[in-house]
Design a protein around this ligand. Structure first.
Ligand SMILES: CC(C)c1onc(-c2c(Cl)cccc2Cl)c1COc1ccc(-c2ccc3c(C(=O)O)csc3c2)cc1
Length: 229
């Protein structure tokens, strides 16, 4: 019951998702550098910067995205970057990396100057994503749906965004039914994660403020996407 064009759409999105990844030499740094709060912060900043570049390339491959109003494209990227990065970094925890990247990433996030009040919901979210055992198609579509959220700040033509998002939601719904016939609620559970992402996105704004209060510097790309400095 997945149509031919839906199959093509799925392939385009999954190919883009698996093509655009953080380069191995950047990811490997997680294992190499020392452990201090400052060193961890620097590494995570490098990861986030690389991840944003990867995210922009992935987004350009979402069918229909480049036909949106240019300013709306920017508004969608700025509004969804943190949420997309939560989803992407969650995969590292799902994959149980052979090289022990998972433990190292968790350690560095826990010791990078983020206050406990944000660490708790953050790792609860990671646990909830890992427990879903999403397949690649679901991860790619969930990230796409997050990026195509119409009600981000400053989006002018929300209708146009809604139309593309609806196509992706319908495809994900069908995939969930096919993938998990014995779990009719699975699609709803995936969408429930998007609600949790919004909350984390608000926490994240406060994380940024507290890092900046402690005079932590971000890269130009992160300053631009997060409207800081
Ligand atoms: C500026 C910085 C301090 C920051 O501010 N908020 C957050 C931040 C945090 Cl701390 C949590 C969640 C979201 C954000 Cl933006 C961050 C760090 O953001 C990260 C973004 C992305 C990765 C990330 C993704 C994929 C992969 C892969 C892979 O795919 O093979 C291998 S290693 C790796 C690493 C880590 C950290």
């Amino acid at each position: 019951e997945i149509t031919k064009e839906q199959r093509t759409l799925m392939k385009v999105i999954v190919d883009a998702y698996s093509t655009h990844q953080i380069p191995q030499d950047v990811a490997k740094k997680l294992l190499q550098e020392q452990y201090s709060a400052d060193e961890n912060f620097l590494l995570l900043t490098e990861m986030a910067t690389s991840q944003v570049q990867v995210l922009v390339e992935f987004t350009k491959n979402i069918p229909g995205f480049l036909s949106l109003d240019r300013e709306d494209q920017i508004a969608l990227l700025k509004g969804s970057a943190v949420e997309a990065m939560f989803l992407r970094s969650a995969q590292v925890f799902s994959r149980k990396m052979p090289s022990g990247q998972t433990e190292v990433l968790e350690e560095r996030i826990r010791k990078s100057g983020i206050s406990e009040e944000f660490i708790i919901p953050m790792f609860n979210f990671y646990k909830s994503i890992v427990s879903l055992h999403m397949v690649q198609e679901e991860q790619a579509l969930l990230t796409t749906i997050t990026i195509l959220t119409p009600d981000r700040p400053y989006v002018k033509d929300q209708q146009a965004v809604e139309r593309i998002q609806e196509t992706m939601l319908e495809l994900l719904r069908k995939l969930c039914v096919l993938q998990r016939p014995q779990e009719p609620q699975y699609f709803a559970r995936l969408l429930g994660r998007l609600t949790e992402l919004r909350t984390l996105s608000h926490y994240h704004a406060e994380m940024l403020t507290s890092w900046r209060t402690n005079d932590h510097k971000f890269t130009p790309l992160l300053c631009e996407i997060w409207d800081v400095q």
